[in-house]
Write a protein that binds this ligand. Sequence first.
Ligand SMILES: [Zn+2]
Length: 452
Amino acid sequence: MFPLQEKYNQLILRPKEQAKSAWGGKPSTPVQESSLTTELVSLILTEAVTSRASDIHIEPNKNFIRIRFRIDGKLYNVLEMIENNEVHLLARIKVLANIPTDAVSSRKSWDSRFSMMVLGQEFDFRIATFPILLGEKMAIRILNKNSELVDLKRIGLRPGPYALLEQIIQRKSGLLVVSGPTGGGKTTTLYSILKRLNAPTVNIVTLENPVEYQIDGLNQCDINKKVSEDFTSALRATLRQDPDIILIGEIRDSESAEIALRASITGHFVLTSLHANSAIGTVMRLINMGVERHVIAYALAGAICQHLVPRICDKCRTPYTISADKFHAICEQFGISPTLFRDKSPKAEGDIHYLKVASENSTPSRDFTFYKGAGCDVCKGTGYLGMIGVFEIVQFTEDLREAVLNNISSAEVEALAVKKGFQSMAVDALEKVKSGVIRFDDIYSVLLEKLR
Ligand SMILES: [Zn+2]
């Protein structure tokens, strides 16, 4: 499935074979280890990039080193190599990332990064080492710095939620919170919004840790690199820069929450991210951080909760049937009405990630069609090609603000929101399942988690 093992074998065997032809089978002088290691590192990084991997794991085992790639959210074994190469492999990557390579240093964990051009594009590699029983483990996060990739039209919003978000972000003041798990695509969404709002007429200032994409026209501050200032004073400094729009990478504590919310009620549109399990759950998170209800009710413009799910490969998408009974049971489990999915009309143009399907499934008694990827050359047999977000978006309109102010529970606020047209993540996910964009199996555990 992945050619790395074969390429590695060729790389390791190459000197002997070359020598054979040149020297008539006599043993050759081994290739210089350092150059072999350099080639190996470049081979692994290039292969990771071509496989669209988001992470590389280098793991010591008893007799070999295992290398795994995380592709479209799932881990795949891509290489097992003999032990004595490990030392050089890790050492070479550590040199690139300015991490000490001596024995004492390898007994503690390190965080670092380096940038490198791979196949003509600039990538950031974030290195984290971790001493384990059998040696040293390394995880490498790969970030494509090409900000062209950040586009609000391409993150996977269906036309309805897209229009809703457009409405929220046109505000001059207020707070928009994006929540979801780590690796759930929050950063991409925030940058996509900033890029959408970026114009010569507005001053956008960001406070990030770290800056993941550089976008022309934005005043981006990497809090990591501002050693002399703590987060709170950097945040105060941001406010003195006459901003219209402020991005605060993450609200970390009650003090930064307080400043962010105050900024959002004094004529700034503030974007940030939080760890919350649902869009409505944002309110509770902010309350738990010590922000007063009336401030939240006044400040909160909208909240997004999102997860990333692997997309089914377009080239090998295969339908399978699910009975109407089972589909209804699924809908019931997640508290949605199956009638939402009847009479599918063609979707609006413009959302290139949303597939149009024939108007099937119009009567509840008929079977439903779900999809999966069978595996092909394009997706390297995985059945997936890329990731897509599943979303829930709530706009805090007058009556929802009042509900927040009046101390009613999250469940009640959500019920009220649903009455006003709020669609839960389950609705968005099932829409995407039924359109053949994602697999039901990949979303099921995400939705179950939200039920808890
Ligand atoms: Zn495929």
